[in-house]
Design a protein around this ligand. Sequence first.
Ligand code: SF4
Length: 340
Amino acid sequence: MKPFAYVRATSLREAAEAYAGHQDSRYLGGGTNLVDLMKLGVETPGSLIDISRLPLDRIEELPGGALRVGATVPNSDLAAHPLVRSRYPVLSQALLAGASGQLRNIATTGGNLLQRTRCPYFQDLSKPCNKREPGSGCGARDGVHRDHAVLGQSEHCIATHPSDMAVALAALDAEIELYGGEQGTRTVPATAFHRLPGDHPERDTVIRPGEIVTSVLLPPAAPGEVSVYRKARDRASYAFALASVAVVLELDRTHRVRRVALAFGGLAHRPWRATTAEERLTGVEPTPEAVRQAVGAELDQARPLRDNAYKIPLARNLACDALGTLVQSADATPRRPRTP
Ligand code: SF4
């Protein structure tokens, strides 16, 4: 491993200033992905700025019912939090579907969002990869790409984003809070935080150099809202999604869809919010046929490669099953009056 400097930050300002002095720095949280990539030589920072001891480890309920999750809250703590389990089951389920128990105990909320693709060419220095080394080519396009993207890919990169948690956050319309030192603070919708690869697959997110993820904001859950996360993978535990889906559903008194949010994982370079399917379902009775047609319209946009067309029926079946389950549970859930 290449030698690097280590700085333990005692405040956000100190962390940002340390980064500004060394542009080849990386922030260190749980390190479960970054340190692996350093061992492989994929990441070669000149310094690590440890932000794991900053006071960003709280989950707090805000007036009005929103929840602020600090960036260093471990994945296991977030999954087990009573308010997350009761109001946002899709998030708890997504977290528990990711990694192993040991990894979830150390991996952080911010780090989960910023983890890199598990494309094997990205992790192998002997192979071309535009994400690791822009302009070197994409080994996966004509190589082994069974796990790769079918939606939103570019000629430069066909990788998928590995996070389960990020898929749930996209469906929940969460927001990401960022601190950028002299650049100030800003908030980015979870649906806009991760990028499609386009001409710059080396950039996974819209985060600017030196910015720190400080927290994730979860909006208040609506009365009668139900949600679920479903994931298909090669083995029962500790495997990344071949396809996954996060669904949040709210029905009105006539059993029509008041609001639906549907996001796919494992299909694209970012969590894929299925806006076409959502538009088709809003205001209609979610019969199995209506659901199948709406999900099918979304997946008509897919452009599979030689070996990953199986993902399209897999994702369709996951989404239809998840929506069917939620329709049943929404029917059985008493609807509290909406607060003004
Ligand atoms: Fe690299 Fe993306 Fe191609 Fe994988 S799919 S080899 S990450 S450019």
